[in-house]
Design a binder for this molecule. Structure first.
Ligand code: FPP
Length: 235
């Protein structure tokens, strides 16, 4: 069977792909199921896309898993998502290590329940020496939160005299962001037909190409990822 993978130019791969995984709730609703059923099935898509990116040679994959705004969802959904996240993270550590993938997380992680935070930190520690690809989960994350947080840290350094006003430029500022060790994403993918940035990597997406698909996240598979990359390479 032919695959869109054959159309990918490996000399022009994006180094960093970012994804807004959207549509889990609508996917579940279509089947008359609870929203969490959609999130549970979204895990398979996370696995498929992580595997596909690592196989291709993408160095950074960043997933919007839980936004600052998501805290406003029903307690039942938030609790279920937190449990699903920590369960999945713990279950996937072996696969991450077998595939030489480093796990990373950005966002206001102090807001996560302790059991979730602990599972995350353990998985990050257990995969820290892997260097094939960095998989970053954005948890309790929003671009405005990140920028505000960066401004505070930067202002502190100015107040303490460690940093001079004249030293602040784009490069200096980006070193205060959670993504300081990563290149900016060349490609942003959003599923489910929505075409908004929704407070995702506001600073980092300044020059990225955006790719939208009507597919809901649980239906997104490896071929869809290849299609997004081929589309990006044809621009
Ligand atoms: C958006 O769909 C999806 C989320 C808010 C959660 C994403 C979580 C997963 C895919 C589960 C596992 C993730 C990892 C990283 C292990 P939505 O709920 O906004 O859907 P809707 O727009 O149709 O309501």
């Amino acid at each position: 069977m032919s695959s869109l993978k054959d159309k990918i130019d490996f000399g022009r791969l994006p180094q960093h792909v970012a994804v807004i995984m959207d549509g889990n709730g609508r996917w579940a609703k279509e089947q008359g199921k609870m929203r969490i059923f959609g999130h549970q099935n979204g895990v398979a898509a996370v696995r498929a896309v992580s595997e596909a990116c690592a196989e291709l040679g993408v160095k950074y994959l960043t997933l919007y898993a839980f936004s600052t705004e998501n805290w406003n969802r029903s307690k039942i959904e938030v609790d279920a998502l937190m449990k699903l996240l920590s369960k999945t993270i713990a279950e996937e550590v072996k696969t991450l290590n077998d595939n030489n993938i480093r796990l990373n997380a950005i966002g206001d992680l102090t807001r996560l329940p302790k059991y979730n935070y602990d599972a995350l930190m353990k998985a990050i520690e257990d995969t820290k020496n892997n260097d094939r690809m960095t998989l970053t989960l954005c948890l309790s994350y929003s671009g405005r939160w990140e920028i505000t947080h960066a401004v505070r840290s930067l202002a502190e350094k100015v107040l303490s005299g460690e940093l001079k006003l004249e030293q602040i430029d784009e490069n200096c500022f980006s070193n205060f962001l959670n993504t300081k060790d990563m290149p900016d994403p060349e490609l942003l993918i959003r599923t489910s037909g929505e075409e908004r940035i929704s407070n995702f990597l506001l600073w980092q997406l300044a020059y990225s190409e955006f790719y939208f698909t009507d597919k809901f996240w649980p239906d997104f598979n490896k071929e869809d990822l290849y299609e997004a990359i081929v589309n990006y390479q044809n621009r």
